[in-house]
Write a protein that binds this ligand. Structure first.
Ligand SMILES: Cc1ncc(COP(=O)(O)O)c(C=O)c1O
Length: 438
Protein backbone atom coordinates (compact mmCIF):
# COMPACT_ATOMS: atom_id res chain seq x y z
CA UNK A 1 0.00 0.00 0.00
CA UNK A 2 1.24 3.47 -0.90
CA UNK A 3 1.75 5.43 2.31
CA UNK A 4 4.22 8.18 1.51
CA UNK A 5 1.77 11.02 0.81
CA UNK A 6 -0.16 10.14 3.93
CA UNK A 7 2.91 10.61 6.09
CA UNK A 8 4.72 13.72 4.85
CA UNK A 9 7.13 13.72 7.80
CA UNK A 10 7.98 10.08 7.42
CA UNK A 11 11.49 8.99 8.33
CA UNK A 12 13.49 8.23 5.19
CA UNK A 13 15.08 6.09 4.11
CA UNK A 14 13.30 3.26 5.89
CA UNK A 15 13.81 -0.30 4.71
CA UNK A 16 11.47 -2.97 6.09
CA UNK A 17 12.31 -5.94 3.83
CA UNK A 18 15.45 -7.29 2.27
CA UNK A 19 15.91 -5.90 -1.25
CA UNK A 20 14.24 -6.73 -3.50
CA UNK A 21 11.24 -7.58 -1.34
CA UNK A 22 8.86 -10.38 -2.38
CA UNK A 23 6.47 -8.19 -4.39
CA UNK A 24 9.33 -6.39 -6.13
CA UNK A 25 10.98 -9.68 -7.02
CA UNK A 26 7.78 -11.04 -8.58
CA UNK A 27 7.33 -7.92 -10.75
CA UNK A 28 10.99 -7.94 -11.79
CA UNK A 29 10.65 -11.55 -12.92
CA UNK A 30 7.54 -10.76 -14.98
CA UNK A 31 9.13 -7.62 -16.44
CA UNK A 32 12.39 -9.31 -17.42
CA UNK A 33 10.54 -11.98 -19.37
CA UNK A 34 8.84 -9.52 -21.71
CA UNK A 35 10.68 -6.17 -21.88
CA UNK A 36 13.50 -4.99 -24.10
CA UNK A 37 16.95 -6.12 -22.97
CA UNK A 38 18.27 -2.67 -23.95
CA UNK A 39 16.86 -1.16 -20.74
CA UNK A 40 19.53 -0.49 -18.11
CA UNK A 41 18.11 -1.21 -14.67
CA UNK A 42 20.91 -0.55 -12.20
CA UNK A 43 19.26 -2.13 -9.18
CA UNK A 44 16.06 -3.96 -8.25
CA UNK A 45 13.83 -1.01 -7.40
CA UNK A 46 10.12 -1.46 -8.20
CA UNK A 47 8.43 1.86 -7.54
CA UNK A 48 4.90 2.10 -6.19
CA UNK A 49 4.68 5.80 -5.50
CA UNK A 50 6.57 8.95 -4.71
CA UNK A 51 6.23 12.15 -2.74
CA UNK A 52 8.74 14.97 -2.96
CA UNK A 53 12.15 13.31 -2.67
CA UNK A 54 10.77 10.06 -1.31
CA UNK A 55 10.08 6.89 -3.26
CA UNK A 56 8.11 3.97 -1.86
CA UNK A 57 8.58 0.56 -3.41
CA UNK A 58 5.91 -2.12 -3.76
CA UNK A 59 7.00 -3.76 -0.49
CA UNK A 60 6.69 -0.57 1.55
CA UNK A 61 10.38 0.31 1.66
CA UNK A 62 11.05 4.04 1.56
CA UNK A 63 14.02 5.46 -0.31
CA UNK A 64 15.54 8.90 -0.63
CA UNK A 65 15.66 9.72 -4.34
CA UNK A 66 18.71 11.64 -5.53
CA UNK A 67 17.89 11.03 -9.20
CA UNK A 68 14.44 12.59 -9.73
CA UNK A 69 13.85 9.89 -12.35
CA UNK A 70 16.95 11.16 -14.19
CA UNK A 71 16.55 14.88 -13.60
CA UNK A 72 12.83 14.92 -14.42
CA UNK A 73 10.71 15.26 -11.26
CA UNK A 74 11.75 18.90 -10.80
CA UNK A 75 8.91 19.77 -8.42
CA UNK A 76 9.24 16.48 -6.57
CA UNK A 77 7.31 13.30 -7.11
CA UNK A 78 3.60 13.95 -7.59
CA UNK A 79 3.60 17.55 -6.36
CA UNK A 80 -0.03 18.17 -5.25
CA UNK A 81 -0.41 21.32 -7.38
CA UNK A 82 0.94 19.55 -10.47
CA UNK A 83 -1.36 16.57 -9.81
CA UNK A 84 -4.33 18.92 -9.39
CA UNK A 85 -3.56 20.71 -12.68
CA UNK A 86 -3.26 17.34 -14.44
CA UNK A 87 -6.55 16.12 -12.95
CA UNK A 88 -8.41 19.30 -13.89
CA UNK A 89 -7.04 19.39 -17.43
CA UNK A 90 -7.64 15.65 -17.93
CA UNK A 91 -11.30 16.09 -17.05
CA UNK A 92 -11.61 18.83 -19.69
CA UNK A 93 -9.47 17.63 -22.62
CA UNK A 94 -6.83 14.91 -23.02
CA UNK A 95 -5.76 15.52 -26.60
CA UNK A 96 -6.55 17.58 -29.66
CA UNK A 97 -3.18 17.80 -31.51
CA UNK A 98 -1.44 21.10 -30.89
CA UNK A 99 0.06 21.06 -34.38
CA UNK A 100 -3.40 21.33 -35.94
CA UNK A 101 -5.62 23.08 -33.39
CA UNK A 102 -5.35 25.75 -30.72
CA UNK A 103 -5.85 25.41 -26.94
CA UNK A 104 -4.91 27.79 -24.19
CA UNK A 105 -2.56 25.69 -22.01
CA UNK A 106 -0.18 25.39 -24.99
CA UNK A 107 -0.31 29.10 -25.83
CA UNK A 108 0.16 29.98 -22.15
CA UNK A 109 3.20 27.74 -21.80
CA UNK A 110 4.76 29.12 -24.98
CA UNK A 111 4.21 32.68 -23.70
CA UNK A 112 5.90 31.88 -20.39
CA UNK A 113 8.86 30.14 -22.02
CA UNK A 114 9.31 33.02 -24.47
CA UNK A 115 9.17 35.58 -21.66
CA UNK A 116 11.87 33.72 -19.73
CA UNK A 117 14.04 32.62 -22.67
CA UNK A 118 17.57 34.05 -22.67
CA UNK A 119 17.31 35.58 -26.15
CA UNK A 120 17.78 39.23 -27.13
CA UNK A 121 14.57 41.27 -27.10
CA UNK A 122 13.89 42.65 -30.61
CA UNK A 123 12.38 46.12 -30.96
CA UNK A 124 9.12 44.54 -32.13
CA UNK A 125 7.37 41.25 -31.42
CA UNK A 126 8.24 38.25 -29.30
CA UNK A 127 11.87 37.37 -28.59
CA UNK A 128 11.42 33.65 -29.28
CA UNK A 129 9.16 31.03 -30.81
CA UNK A 130 8.41 27.57 -29.42
CA UNK A 131 7.87 24.16 -30.98
CA UNK A 132 6.64 21.45 -28.59
CA UNK A 133 7.91 17.86 -28.61
CA UNK A 134 7.52 14.69 -26.55
CA UNK A 135 11.09 14.10 -25.40
CA UNK A 136 14.64 15.37 -25.28
CA UNK A 137 15.71 13.41 -28.34
CA UNK A 138 12.79 14.79 -30.32
CA UNK A 139 13.72 18.33 -29.28
CA UNK A 140 17.30 17.79 -30.44
CA UNK A 141 16.13 16.13 -33.64
CA UNK A 142 13.89 19.10 -34.44
CA UNK A 143 16.58 21.65 -33.53
CA UNK A 144 18.97 19.92 -35.92
CA UNK A 145 16.40 20.06 -38.72
CA UNK A 146 15.64 23.71 -37.97
CA UNK A 147 19.33 24.69 -38.06
CA UNK A 148 19.89 22.89 -41.36
CA UNK A 149 16.72 24.36 -42.86
CA UNK A 150 17.57 27.92 -41.81
CA UNK A 151 21.23 27.88 -42.81
CA UNK A 152 20.90 25.48 -45.76
CA UNK A 153 24.18 23.96 -44.51
CA UNK A 154 24.73 20.29 -43.76
CA UNK A 155 27.54 19.91 -41.25
CA UNK A 156 27.24 20.05 -37.46
CA UNK A 157 29.77 20.19 -34.63
CA UNK A 158 29.10 18.29 -31.40
CA UNK A 159 31.23 17.19 -28.45
CA UNK A 160 32.92 14.05 -27.25
CA UNK A 161 31.00 12.59 -24.26
CA UNK A 162 27.96 14.74 -25.07
CA UNK A 163 24.57 13.05 -24.87
CA UNK A 164 21.60 14.18 -26.95
CA UNK A 165 19.31 11.14 -27.24
CA UNK A 166 18.72 7.92 -29.14
CA UNK A 167 16.90 8.83 -32.35
CA UNK A 168 19.03 8.95 -35.49
CA UNK A 169 19.84 12.66 -35.55
CA UNK A 170 20.27 12.89 -31.78
CA UNK A 171 22.28 9.65 -31.69
CA UNK A 172 24.56 10.99 -34.42
CA UNK A 173 25.30 14.04 -32.24
CA UNK A 174 25.81 11.89 -29.14
CA UNK A 175 29.44 11.10 -28.28
CA UNK A 176 28.85 9.32 -25.01
CA UNK A 177 29.16 5.50 -24.95
CA UNK A 178 30.04 3.22 -27.86
CA UNK A 179 27.15 0.86 -27.00
CA UNK A 180 24.79 3.69 -27.95
CA UNK A 181 25.90 3.77 -31.59
CA UNK A 182 27.57 0.39 -32.16
CA UNK A 183 25.74 -1.59 -34.83
CA UNK A 184 23.32 1.22 -35.71
CA UNK A 185 25.24 2.82 -38.57
CA UNK A 186 25.38 4.58 -40.88
CA UNK A 187 24.53 7.62 -38.79
CA UNK A 188 23.45 11.05 -40.04
CA UNK A 189 26.38 12.40 -42.08
CA UNK A 190 28.26 15.63 -41.45
CA UNK A 191 28.74 15.46 -37.66
CA UNK A 192 32.21 16.24 -36.28
CA UNK A 193 32.90 15.66 -32.57
CA UNK A 194 35.55 17.65 -30.73
CA UNK A 195 36.59 17.43 -27.06
CA UNK A 196 34.31 19.30 -24.66
CA UNK A 197 34.88 22.30 -22.53
CA UNK A 198 38.49 23.32 -23.21
CA UNK A 199 40.11 26.18 -25.11
CA UNK A 200 42.58 23.64 -26.50
CA UNK A 201 39.69 21.96 -28.29
CA UNK A 202 38.49 25.23 -29.78
CA UNK A 203 42.07 26.06 -30.89
CA UNK A 204 42.10 22.73 -32.71
CA UNK A 205 38.72 23.48 -34.28
CA UNK A 206 39.78 26.87 -35.56
CA UNK A 207 43.40 26.20 -36.46
CA UNK A 208 43.13 22.64 -37.81
CA UNK A 209 39.59 21.55 -38.64
CA UNK A 210 38.29 24.82 -40.09
CA UNK A 211 41.36 25.11 -42.31
CA UNK A 212 41.30 21.51 -43.55
CA UNK A 213 38.34 19.11 -43.66
CA UNK A 214 35.60 21.18 -41.98
CA UNK A 215 34.93 24.43 -43.86
CA UNK A 216 32.98 26.64 -41.43
CA UNK A 217 30.75 27.86 -44.28
CA UNK A 218 29.33 24.29 -44.42
CA UNK A 219 28.55 24.20 -40.69
CA UNK A 220 24.90 24.75 -39.75
CA UNK A 221 25.27 24.54 -35.97
CA UNK A 222 27.36 23.80 -32.94
CA UNK A 223 25.32 21.68 -30.51
CA UNK A 224 26.50 21.91 -26.92
CA UNK A 225 25.33 21.19 -23.40
CA UNK A 226 26.18 24.22 -21.22
CA UNK A 227 27.05 21.69 -18.51
CA UNK A 228 27.67 18.21 -19.85
CA UNK A 229 25.12 15.83 -18.30
CA UNK A 230 25.50 12.13 -19.05
CA UNK A 231 29.15 12.93 -19.82
CA UNK A 232 29.81 13.50 -16.12
CA UNK A 233 28.31 16.84 -14.98
CA UNK A 234 31.25 18.70 -16.46
CA UNK A 235 31.37 22.49 -16.24
CA UNK A 236 33.37 23.92 -19.18
CA UNK A 237 36.47 26.07 -18.73
CA UNK A 238 35.90 29.78 -18.19
CA UNK A 239 35.36 31.54 -21.51
CA UNK A 240 34.58 28.33 -23.43
CA UNK A 241 30.89 29.07 -24.05
CA UNK A 242 31.61 32.74 -24.78
CA UNK A 243 34.19 31.67 -27.33
CA UNK A 244 31.75 29.25 -28.96
CA UNK A 245 29.32 32.16 -29.35
CA UNK A 246 32.03 34.27 -30.93
CA UNK A 247 33.04 31.49 -33.36
CA UNK A 248 29.38 31.04 -34.32
CA UNK A 249 28.95 34.78 -34.92
CA UNK A 250 32.09 34.98 -37.04
CA UNK A 251 31.04 32.10 -39.31
CA UNK A 252 27.23 32.55 -39.23
CA UNK A 253 26.89 29.20 -37.46
CA UNK A 254 23.92 28.67 -35.10
CA UNK A 255 24.59 27.93 -31.44
CA UNK A 256 22.21 25.22 -30.19
CA UNK A 257 22.18 24.75 -26.42
CA UNK A 258 20.94 21.38 -25.28
CA UNK A 259 19.40 22.21 -21.89
CA UNK A 260 17.39 19.01 -21.70
CA UNK A 261 19.18 18.01 -18.48
CA UNK A 262 20.66 21.32 -17.26
CA UNK A 263 17.50 23.39 -17.77
CA UNK A 264 14.35 24.01 -15.72
CA UNK A 265 16.00 25.38 -12.62
CA UNK A 266 18.25 22.47 -11.79
CA UNK A 267 21.48 24.52 -11.70
CA UNK A 268 19.97 27.37 -9.65
CA UNK A 269 18.95 29.34 -12.76
CA UNK A 270 15.99 28.50 -15.01
CA UNK A 271 18.41 27.92 -17.90
CA UNK A 272 21.98 26.86 -17.09
CA UNK A 273 23.30 29.25 -19.76
CA UNK A 274 22.21 32.13 -17.50
CA UNK A 275 25.35 31.39 -15.44
CA UNK A 276 27.23 32.82 -18.42
CA UNK A 277 26.67 35.92 -20.50
CA UNK A 278 25.95 33.98 -23.68
CA UNK A 279 22.90 34.22 -25.95
CA UNK A 280 22.02 31.03 -27.83
CA UNK A 281 20.16 30.80 -31.14
CA UNK A 282 18.20 27.67 -30.29
CA UNK A 283 17.54 25.89 -26.95
CA UNK A 284 16.28 22.35 -26.51
CA UNK A 285 14.30 21.41 -23.39
CA UNK A 286 12.51 18.35 -21.97
CA UNK A 287 13.01 16.33 -18.72
CA UNK A 288 12.02 18.69 -15.85
CA UNK A 289 9.71 20.91 -17.88
CA UNK A 290 6.46 19.12 -16.94
CA UNK A 291 7.47 17.43 -13.66
CA UNK A 292 7.30 13.98 -15.24
CA UNK A 293 4.74 14.15 -18.03
CA UNK A 294 6.35 13.65 -21.45
CA UNK A 295 6.99 17.08 -22.92
CA UNK A 296 9.85 18.84 -24.63
CA UNK A 297 10.35 22.14 -26.40
CA UNK A 298 12.53 23.84 -28.98
CA UNK A 299 12.99 27.55 -28.34
CA UNK A 300 14.45 29.63 -31.11
CA UNK A 301 15.08 33.25 -31.96
CA UNK A 302 12.06 34.19 -34.12
CA UNK A 303 14.03 35.05 -37.26
CA UNK A 304 15.40 31.47 -37.28
CA UNK A 305 12.13 29.58 -36.75
CA UNK A 306 10.82 30.33 -40.24
CA UNK A 307 10.04 26.80 -41.40
CA UNK A 308 6.70 26.87 -43.25
CA UNK A 309 3.44 25.10 -42.25
CA UNK A 310 3.76 21.34 -42.62
CA UNK A 311 7.58 21.31 -42.71
CA UNK A 312 7.80 20.06 -39.12
CA UNK A 313 5.08 18.88 -36.74
CA UNK A 314 3.92 15.96 -34.60
CA UNK A 315 0.77 14.46 -33.10
CA UNK A 316 1.37 14.55 -29.35
CA UNK A 317 3.80 17.47 -28.83
CA UNK A 318 2.37 20.07 -26.48
CA UNK A 319 -0.35 17.74 -25.22
CA UNK A 320 -2.81 19.81 -23.12
CA UNK A 321 -2.33 17.74 -19.95
CA UNK A 322 1.47 17.95 -20.23
CA UNK A 323 1.21 21.72 -20.88
CA UNK A 324 -1.02 22.15 -17.81
CA UNK A 325 1.59 20.30 -15.73
CA UNK A 326 4.35 22.46 -17.22
CA UNK A 327 2.50 25.71 -16.53
CA UNK A 328 2.29 24.85 -12.82
CA UNK A 329 5.85 23.52 -12.84
CA UNK A 330 7.16 26.86 -14.11
CA UNK A 331 5.21 28.74 -11.43
CA UNK A 332 6.60 26.48 -8.71
CA UNK A 333 10.14 26.85 -10.05
CA UNK A 334 9.88 30.65 -10.06
CA UNK A 335 8.19 30.70 -6.63
CA UNK A 336 11.05 29.15 -4.71
CA UNK A 337 12.33 25.94 -6.25
CA UNK A 338 15.07 27.53 -8.37
CA UNK A 339 16.24 29.31 -5.24
CA UNK A 340 16.05 26.03 -3.30
CA UNK A 341 18.14 24.33 -6.00
CA UNK A 342 20.80 27.01 -5.55
CA UNK A 343 20.80 26.91 -1.74
CA UNK A 344 20.60 23.12 -1.34
CA UNK A 345 23.15 22.79 -4.14
CA UNK A 346 25.62 24.86 -2.12
CA UNK A 347 25.02 22.68 0.96
CA UNK A 348 25.51 19.54 -1.11
CA UNK A 349 28.68 20.97 -2.64
CA UNK A 350 30.09 21.87 0.79
CA UNK A 351 29.23 18.44 2.19
CA UNK A 352 30.76 16.59 -0.75
CA UNK A 353 33.86 18.77 -0.51
CA UNK A 354 34.19 17.68 3.15
CA UNK A 355 33.76 14.02 2.15
CA UNK A 356 36.42 14.45 -0.55
CA UNK A 357 38.89 15.66 2.07
CA UNK A 358 38.22 12.49 4.13
CA UNK A 359 38.11 9.89 1.35
CA UNK A 360 40.87 9.81 -1.24
CA UNK A 361 38.72 7.64 -3.55
CA UNK A 362 36.41 10.56 -4.42
CA UNK A 363 37.04 13.85 -6.20
CA UNK A 364 35.78 17.21 -5.02
CA UNK A 365 32.30 17.86 -6.44
CA UNK A 366 31.71 19.51 -9.81
CA UNK A 367 28.57 20.94 -11.32
CA UNK A 368 26.16 23.68 -10.35
CA UNK A 369 23.15 23.75 -8.02
CA UNK A 370 21.46 20.36 -7.88
CA UNK A 371 23.38 19.14 -10.92
CA UNK A 372 26.39 17.95 -8.95
CA UNK A 373 28.75 14.96 -9.28
CA UNK A 374 31.82 13.35 -7.76
CA UNK A 375 34.31 11.07 -9.53
CA UNK A 376 35.40 7.74 -8.07
CA UNK A 377 39.08 6.80 -8.20
CA UNK A 378 41.09 3.63 -7.77
CA UNK A 379 44.15 3.46 -5.51
CA UNK A 380 46.27 5.07 -8.24
CA UNK A 381 43.88 8.01 -8.59
CA UNK A 382 42.44 6.79 -11.91
CA UNK A 383 38.67 6.74 -12.65
CA UNK A 384 37.26 3.43 -11.38
CA UNK A 385 33.85 2.60 -12.92
CA UNK A 386 33.62 -0.80 -11.17
CA UNK A 387 34.15 0.80 -7.76
CA UNK A 388 31.61 3.51 -8.66
CA UNK A 389 29.05 0.82 -9.48
CA UNK A 390 29.69 -0.96 -6.18
CA UNK A 391 29.22 2.29 -4.27
CA UNK A 392 25.91 2.89 -6.09
CA UNK A 393 24.76 -0.60 -5.13
CA UNK A 394 25.79 -0.15 -1.51
CA UNK A 395 23.98 3.20 -1.35
CA UNK A 396 20.84 1.58 -2.76
CA UNK A 397 20.90 -1.11 -0.08
CA UNK A 398 21.08 1.75 2.47
CA UNK A 399 17.98 3.32 0.89
CA UNK A 400 19.67 6.01 -1.19
CA UNK A 401 18.82 6.10 -4.90
CA UNK A 402 21.75 7.42 -6.93
CA UNK A 403 22.89 6.98 -10.52
CA UNK A 404 26.22 7.19 -12.26
CA UNK A 405 27.27 9.36 -15.16
CA UNK A 406 30.50 9.99 -17.07
CA UNK A 407 33.29 7.44 -16.90
CA UNK A 408 33.22 6.84 -13.14
CA UNK A 409 31.09 9.58 -11.62
CA UNK A 410 28.13 9.59 -9.26
CA UNK A 411 25.52 12.22 -10.00
CA UNK A 412 23.28 14.02 -7.56
CA UNK A 413 20.19 15.29 -9.37
CA UNK A 414 17.41 15.20 -6.78
CA UNK A 415 14.00 16.78 -7.08
CA UNK A 416 14.41 20.52 -6.52
CA UNK A 417 12.21 20.29 -3.41
CA UNK A 418 14.94 18.48 -1.47
CA UNK A 419 15.32 19.79 2.09
CA UNK A 420 18.47 20.64 4.05
CA UNK A 421 17.75 17.63 6.29
CA UNK A 422 17.56 15.32 3.29
CA UNK A 423 20.90 16.66 2.03
CA UNK A 424 22.39 15.86 5.45
CA UNK A 425 20.92 12.34 5.41
CA UNK A 426 22.35 11.81 1.91
CA UNK A 427 25.81 12.90 3.01
CA UNK A 428 25.67 10.75 6.16
CA UNK A 429 24.73 7.61 4.21
CA UNK A 430 27.43 8.30 1.65
CA UNK A 431 29.94 8.80 4.45
CA UNK A 432 29.06 5.36 5.89
CA UNK A 433 29.19 3.68 2.48
CA UNK A 434 32.56 5.24 1.58
CA UNK A 435 34.20 3.96 4.79
CA UNK A 436 34.30 0.53 3.16
CA UNK A 437 36.31 1.95 0.25
CA UNK A 438 38.82 4.15 2.06
C1 LIG B 1 21.35 16.75 -22.57
C2 LIG B 1 20.38 15.72 -23.03
N1 LIG B 1 19.83 15.83 -24.24
C3 LIG B 1 18.93 14.94 -24.70
C4 LIG B 1 18.55 13.86 -23.94
C5 LIG B 1 17.56 12.86 -24.47
O1 LIG B 1 16.35 13.04 -23.80
P1 LIG B 1 15.23 11.88 -23.88
O2 LIG B 1 15.73 10.72 -23.11
O3 LIG B 1 14.01 12.53 -23.29
O4 LIG B 1 15.04 11.57 -25.32
C6 LIG B 1 19.10 13.70 -22.66
C7 LIG B 1 18.74 12.54 -21.83
O5 LIG B 1 19.39 12.20 -20.88
C8 LIG B 1 20.04 14.65 -22.20
O6 LIG B 1 20.61 14.54 -20.98
Amino acid sequence: MFTVTKSPNIEAPKLITSLPGPKAKAIIDRDRAVTSPSYTREYPLVVEGGDGCLIEDVDGNIFLDLTAGIAVAATGHSHPQVVQAIQEQSAKLLHMCGGDFYYEPLAQLAETLVAKAPFPQPSQGAKARVFFTNSGAESVEGALKLAKYYTQRWRVIAFVAGFHGRTYGAMSLTGSKSVQCQGFGPLVPGVTHIPYGTHESLDYLEQNLFTSMLPPSDVAAIVVEPIQGEGGYIVPEDGFLERLREICDRHKILLILDEVQSGMGRTGKLFAIEHWNVMPDIITLAKGIASGLPLGAILSRPEIMTWPPGSHSNTFGGNPVACAAANVTLQLLENGLIENARERGLELQEGLTRLASSFSCISPPHGKGLMMAIDIYDNQGKPDPAKRDRILQDAFYQGLILLGCGKASIRFSPPLVITAEQITVTLNILNEVLKKYS
